[in-house]
Design a protein around this ligand. Structure first.
Ligand code: AKB
Length: 332
């Protein structure tokens, strides 16, 4: 097992009586607000601080603590961790795959330099750190169906390169400094009330809004492009579960997690149960298509299932029904 002798020290940075004090960076992206709401139910509203460099919408601002945090500003990061007695940090700031290719310097700053700052502050202040990785951390030479936890990773996007870097640096800090680093490789995440920004799997979110609104959707990936996907509530629960797992249950620090896998054509067919005349057309974006074809079609998540009991709740039919319930029956 890859657990150092002193791991028990890191397995409990807070006592049962004292809940963790949590900071979420990049909190206004697709996942932060949902994660904050899950964690606030568990640890108390005031123990979970959402942060971003953008101004929050009113409902987010009024739902619990929100602060400005720029991950490129080391001094202010340290001030936040010290002043708020942060003991758990969820590092959600990232530039996603398609936007990263359009702006490599930005992706490098946010995804690599920003990560270095986060690793240092977490290691210095004994903070348990979660960093999401992704199917994008695999590349064309990785096994695609399924991709195991440990295999060749030679991604061809700056996003993927930065995520492999995050996995390796986090694990290095764990072995070198005892940083309690935990990482999950997320599939494409599907959410009803938040939008992804600039990814390759975004079509699988946009299609639901389009189906509910006008019954048609123009897809930017080919009909047969198979990718791993997951409903947001499974993703956030997995994230909390791996953070709460006793250190001795973790045989690794970076795990694949998986739920379902489908193509745009299969998703459109599943949508027709709710919108019978739903039409999908295809206008392929060559950049996104090339990225998608370099990613796995399925992830092997057997280690997560074995080590800390990961189990998904949502397959494709439940996902589609839940997304439609959220949007209300068709708004057309
Ligand atoms: C993207 O498409 O870039 C992300 C991801 C799969 O990491 N949603």
């Amino acid at each position: 097992r890859q657990v150092p002798a002193d791991a028990s020290f890191h397995s409990t940075s807070f006592s049962e009586a004292e809940p963790p004090r949590v900071l979420i960076t990049g909190g206004l992206g697709q996942l932060g607000v949902g994660l904050a709401s899950l964690l606030r139910k568990r640890f108390g509203k005031d123990n979970v601080i959402l942060s971003d460099i953008r101004k929050p919408p009113a409902h987010v601002f009024h739902s619990g603590p929100f602060i400005y945090a720029n991950i490129l500003d080391n001094k202010s990061l340290r001030e936040i961790v010290v002043n708020h007695r942060i003991s758990w940090l969820f590092h959600y700031s990232a530039v996603l795959s398609a936007v990263g290719e359009a702006n490599v310097p930005l992706a490098r700053d946010v995804n690599i330099t920003g990560l270095h700052n986060i690793l240092d502050v977490a290691a210095e202040h004994n903070v348990r750190l979660f960093v999401p990785s992704t199917i994008g951390a695999f590349g064309p030479s990785s096994p695609r169906n399924p991709a195991p936890d440990l295999c060749i990773q030679r991604p061809r996007t700056i996003y993927g390169v930065s995520k492999v870097h995050a996995e390796l640096m986090g694990e290095y800090y764990y072995y070198r400094y005892g940083l309690d680093f935990r990482c999950l490789r997320y599939p494409g995440i599907i959410s009803a009330d938040s939008q992804p920004g600039g990814g390759t799997t975004d079509y699988a979110v946009q299609i639901f809004h389009a189906a509910a609104k006008n019954g048609t959707f123009e897809c930017n990936l080919k009909a047969s492009t198979r990718l791993p996907m997951m409903y947001i509530s499974d993703c956030l629960r997995a994230t909390l579960e791996v953070m709460e797992a006793p250190a001795e249950r973790l045989s690794m620090r970076t795990y694949n997690i998986s739920a379902m896998s489908f193509t745009p054509e299969e998703l459109a067919q599943a949508l027709r149960k709710h919108v019978p005349d739903f039409q999908i057309t295809y206008c392929v974006d060559p950049l996104r298509q090339a990225i998608a074809e370099s990613w796995p079609m399925n992830l092997d998540d057997s280690s997560a299932r074995k080590d800390w009991g990961w189990k998904h709740d949502f397959d494709l039919p439940e996902l589609v029904a839940t997304m439609f319930n959220f949007h209300g029956a068709s708004t057309r």
